[in-house]
Design a protein around this ligand. Structure first.
Ligand code: SAH
Ligand code: SF4
Length: 352
């Protein structure tokens, strides 16, 4: 079967077609002009286009559904060539920046939340993606294409800054090789030029893979879905904790190369009466001792059939204040796109 050209780095394309500068031209067509056929690559000689056409496909994804949220977030359901579906979300956030004269300017910052697998093996009790089980890994091209198509659909200029979070469906570190390939393709300066320092890989905590990723020195940011501070509760919420407990995760992070200006993000999904007590905040503080960490509290986003409930705002704030007062950076994630069930996995479930 033909593979998507979006699976390949520019250097790999350069080994297939000569002279090598053609690879740069192809990258420009794909990632700056967002073309979806070889025919549109006007400055590429016909023989080369035919050679590519014979061996590769373009645009391995089709947009099936788009949902707009009141806050400007936009959620996409994509169909893969084999009929399976995945989600990605375009999030708009106001970012503060300063003009040269020191005055404040606000502008929209784009963040795209992307999927790395169809389904997920990890099986967290609170996660809708887990309910459907695991189907397959995405190829690098299928990961890249989520962003390329969203940029195209929203006419986002090639030069606009975009951040990526691997927080959609699937466990990125369980598909490490394709995710790493995608990180490289995104980062290419002749392509989308999304520096690894603007890409955040979120993991349920596969410690050995965190070590492996760290050794690659890619410069990506890491987010850990911690959600519980003691192993007994974490095992109930996230069965993977039996294989990789909290201590093993903390040790792996201590060896992870963190960019001097960055921090490791700890995601803490707050669930009413399960993990929303300040006692947990206290334990969290001691766990993070010695780690350059930023805590991000997330409201559990309920869906039909779940046993869990959204936490109360006052408990979120008490938890946050406990940490902040003791010098630990902690934010509460705005529930972006809550009205479109933006916790990934939720759109797919509604449609299927
Ligand atoms: N598998 C990776 C990345 C995808 S999940 C991971 O677990 O980190 C991305 C984030 O969405 C995780 O922090 C996960 O805990 C969170 N999440 C899952 N279900 C949710 C729900 N119902 N409400 C809010 N966040 C949810
Ligand atoms: Fe998988 Fe992440 Fe969902 Fe857990 S929260 S089941 S790791 S996608």
């Amino acid at each position: 079967m033909k593979q998507p050209l979006e699976n390949l780095t520019k250097e790999e394309i350069a080994t297939i077609i000569k002279p090598a500068f053609r690879a740069k031209q192809i990258y420009t067509w794909l990632y700056h002009h967002y073309v979806d056929s070889f025919e549109q690559m006007k400055n590429i000689p016909k023989e080369i286009r035919e050679q590519l056409e014979a061996e590769y496909i373009l645009t391995p994804l089709k947009i099936v559904v788009v949902q707009n949220s009141k806050d400007g977030s936009r959620k996409y359901l994509f169909e893969l060539h084999d009929g399976h579906t995945i989600e990605a979300v375009l999030l708009l956030m106001k970012e503060k920046e300063y003009h040269e004269d020191g005055s404040l300017k606000h502008h929209e910052r784009y963040t795209v939340c992307i999927s790395s697998q169809v389904g997920c093996k990890v099986g967290c009790a609170f996660c809708l993606t887990a309910k459907g089980g695991f189907v397959r890994n995405l190829s690098a091209g299928e990961i890249v294409e989520q962003v390329r198509l969203i940029k195209k659909e929203n006419s986002i200029d090639a030069n606009r800054r975009v951040n990526l979070v691997y927080m959609g469906m699937g466990e990125p570190l369980d598909n490490l090789s394709e995710v790493v390939q995608a990180v490289k393709i995104f980062a290419d300066l002749d392509g989308m030029a999304i520096s690894p320092s603007r890409q955040t890989i979120s993991t349920s905590g596969l410690s050995t893979k965190i070590e492996k990723l760290g050794k690659m020195e890619l410069g990506v940011n890491l987010a850990i879905s911690l959600h519980a501070v003691d192993d007994a509760l974490r095992e109930k919420l996230m069965p993977i904790n039996r294989a990789y407990n909290i201590e093993s995760i903390i040790n792996a992070i201590k060896n992870f190369p963190v960019n001097t200006r960055k921090k490791v993000m700890f995601e803490y999904l707050m669930i009413k009466d399960v993990n929303d007590d300040v006692v947990a905040a206290k334990k969290l503080l001691s766990l993070l001792d010695g780690i350059k960490a930023k805590v991000n509290l997330i409201y559990f986003n309920p869906y039909g059939g779940t046993q869990f409930q959204r936490p109360e705002e006052k408990d979120m704030i008490a938890f946050q204040e406990y940490l902040i007062k003791r010098g630990q950076l902690c934010t509460i994630r705005e529930s972006k796109g809550l009205d479109i069930s933006a916790a990934c996995g939720q759109l797919r479930e509604q449609i299927l």
